[in-house]
Design a protein. Structure first.
Length: 411
C-alpha cells in the first residue's frame, strides 16, 4: 500500500537522517518545503520534494493537501496514561483552597490513584486506558512514553506494565514503557521507606526485567517523596537490568536531582519548574534532554519551566503532556505546543521542534520518529486549511487537524 500526499502548502520538519535532536539556537530553525509532496510506502516515508518534481510519481492512494500543512505527529515523551478512574474531587478541593501538597499529605493524590488501580481488574484498566490512547491519536500523537507508578505493589505495577505492553501490541502508536515504582511511598510503608525501596529493588525490578516490561526507570525525586539517596539506590539497582533513567525532578524544589540524573546517564529530566544555575551547568555537555510539561503548570497553577532560559543557555528542550489523573488530566500535545509559546515564550519553530524531534529523542526513538525523513515511520498530521504554521499555537484551544496517519495508516 502506498500513499502520495500532493500539493502540500508547507511540509514541516524536513530533515536528513542522522539528526537525533536539536539544541539551543538550532531550535529556532524548522526546515520546511513549500508546495510539496510526500510519498509513503507501507509504514515508511520513502520520498518527498517540491511539486515540480512530483511528475510521474504514482501511488495506490492520493491525498490532495491543497491549503494544508503536513508535519510529523507529536512525540509525547512523558505520560501516565494507564490509570484507573479520575480525581475530579481533588480538582474541586484545590479550587476550594487545598494545595496539591495538602491533598497528598492527607493520603490523596498518587495514593488515591494507586488504591483505585489496585482495585481495578486488568481488562477494565486496559479499556479505560485505550479510550485515552485513541483520543490522543486523533489529536495527532504518534509516539508515547507510558509510566507505571499507580500500582505501588509488585502485582499492581506488573498489571500496569502488562497493560502498557498490550497497548504497544494492539495499537499502531509507538509505545515506550517506564517503570516508576518510586512514585510515592505506599501507606503500609509509611514508617519504613527503606522497606519499600528494598521491595522495588529485590522484587519489582527483577520481575519487570524478567518479563521485559520496561525500557526505562523513573523516580519522583522530590521533597516528601524520594530523596537523592533513595534515587541513587534505585538508579544503581536499575542499571543492572539496563534500565535507563528518565527522572521526575525539580517540580517543587531544586536540590541537586538533575546533577544526580546526569551522573546516572539519564535520557531525560522532566518537570524542571524550579531550576537553578547549577542545574543548567549540570545539563551542559550531557546527553540528557530537559523536558517541560506546561499543561501540568497550567493545571496546578505552579511556575512554568523556564524553557526560554534553557534554550538560551544552549541546551535542547522537549515538550510533553504528563497526562495523568492528578496534575495533568489532558494528553493534548496541541495545547502543550500553544502553551509553550504563550507562557514559556518559545517561538512556534522551537515549540514544534521540542514536541517532535526532541520528544522522540527523550524516549530514545529519534532514529525512526520525530521528523519528515526518508526511512522514518510514516507518522504525519495533515492540518485543515490554515494560513501558516504559526496559526497552530496562535489559535489555541481549537482543533486544526484534518487527518492523522500513524505507520502509514489513517486514524
Ligand atoms: O508528573 N509528579 C509526579 N507525578 C505526576 C503526578 C502524579 C499525580 O498527581 O497523580 C506528575 O505530575
Ligand atoms: Fe509525570
Amino acid at each position: 500500500m502506498s500513499i502520495l500526499i500532493t500539493n502540500i502548502k508547507e511540509l514541516l520538519q524536513v530533515r536528513e537522517a542522522g539528526i537525533l535532536k536539536v539544541t539551543g539556537s538550532e531550535m529556532k530553525d524548522l526546515p520546511t518545503l513549500e508546495n510539496a509532496y510526500l510519498l509513503i510506502e507501507h509504514d515508511t516515508i520513502v520520498d518527498y520534494g517540491t511539486m515540480e518534481n512530483c511528475i510521474g510519481i504514482t501511488a495506490d492512494e492520493t491525498i490532495d493537501a491543497t491549503g494544508k500543512i503536513v508535519l510529523p505527529t507529536w512525540c509525547d515523551s512523558h505520560t501516565h496514561i494507564v490509570y484507573a478512574g479520575n480525581r475530579e474531587q481533588e480538582f474541586v478541593d484545590r479550587i476550594n483552597g487545598l494545595s496539591y501538597e495538602d491533598i497528598a499529605s492527607r493520603g490523596g493524590g498518587i495514593l488515591n490513584s494507586a488504591e483505585t488501580l489496585q482495585n481495578t481488574d486488568e481488562d477494565t484498566l486496559y479499556r479505560q486506558s485505550i479510550a485515552r490512547v485513541e483520543n490522543i491519536m486523533q489529536l495527532g500523537t504518534g509516539a508515547i512514553e507510558i509510566k507505571s507508578g499507580y500500582g505501588l505493589t509488585t502485582e499492581a505495577e506488573l498489571k500496569m506494565l502488562r497493560v502498557v505492553k498490550r497497548i504497544k501490541e494492539e495499537y499502531p502508536i509507538k509505545v515506550k514503557a517506564t517503570f516508576l515504582g518510586a512514585h510515592a511511598l505506599p501507606k503500609q510503608f509509611k514508617d519504613d521507606k527503606q522497606g519499600y525501596l528494598d521491595l522495588i529493588i529485590t522484587e519489582m525490578l527483577p520481575e519487570i526485567a524478567k518479563h521485559q516490561l520496561a525500557h526505562y526507570v523513573d523516580v519522583f525525586c522530590e521533597k516528601g517523596y524520594f530523596s537523592l539517596e533513595d534515587t541513587d539506590q534505585i538508579l544503581l539497582a536499575a542499571k543492572q537490568y539496563n534500565l535507563i533513567p528518565k527522572i521526575h525532578v525539580n517540580q517543587f524544589n531544586a536540590f541537586g536531582g538533575i546533577a544526580l540524573a546526569v551522573k546516572h546517564g539519564a535520557l531525560s529530566v522532566d518537570h524542571l519548574e524550579e531550576l537553578d544555575l547549577e542545574d543548567i551547568t549540570a545539563l551542559k555537555g550531557s546527553n540528557t534532554m530537559p523536558v517541560a510539561l506546561p499543561s501540568c503548570s497550567y493545571f496546578l497553577s505552579i511556575p512554568y519551566t523556564p524553557g526560554r532560559q534553557i534554550i538560551d543557555s544552549g541546551l535542547p528542550l522537549a515538550l510533553a503532556t504528563d497526562y495523568n489523573p492528578g496534575s495533568t488530566p489532558s494528553g493534548n500535545m496541541n495545547f502543550v505546543v500553544s502553551t509553550a509559546c504563550i507562557k514559556m515564550k518559545l517561538t512556534p519553530e522551537e515549540a514544534i521542534n521540542a514536541a517532535t524531534i526532541n520528544g522522540a529523542y527523550a524516549m530514545g526513538i529519534s532514529t525512526e520518529y520525530g521528523s519528515i525523513t526518508k526511512g522514518k515511520k510514516a507518522n504525519v498530521i495533515i492540518t485543515k486549511n490554515i494560513p501558516s504554521y504559526n496559526y497552530l499555537p496562535y489559535a489555541f484551544g481549537d482543533n486544526h487537524i484534518d487527518q492523522v496517519l500513524i505507520n502509514g495508516e489513517r486514524i
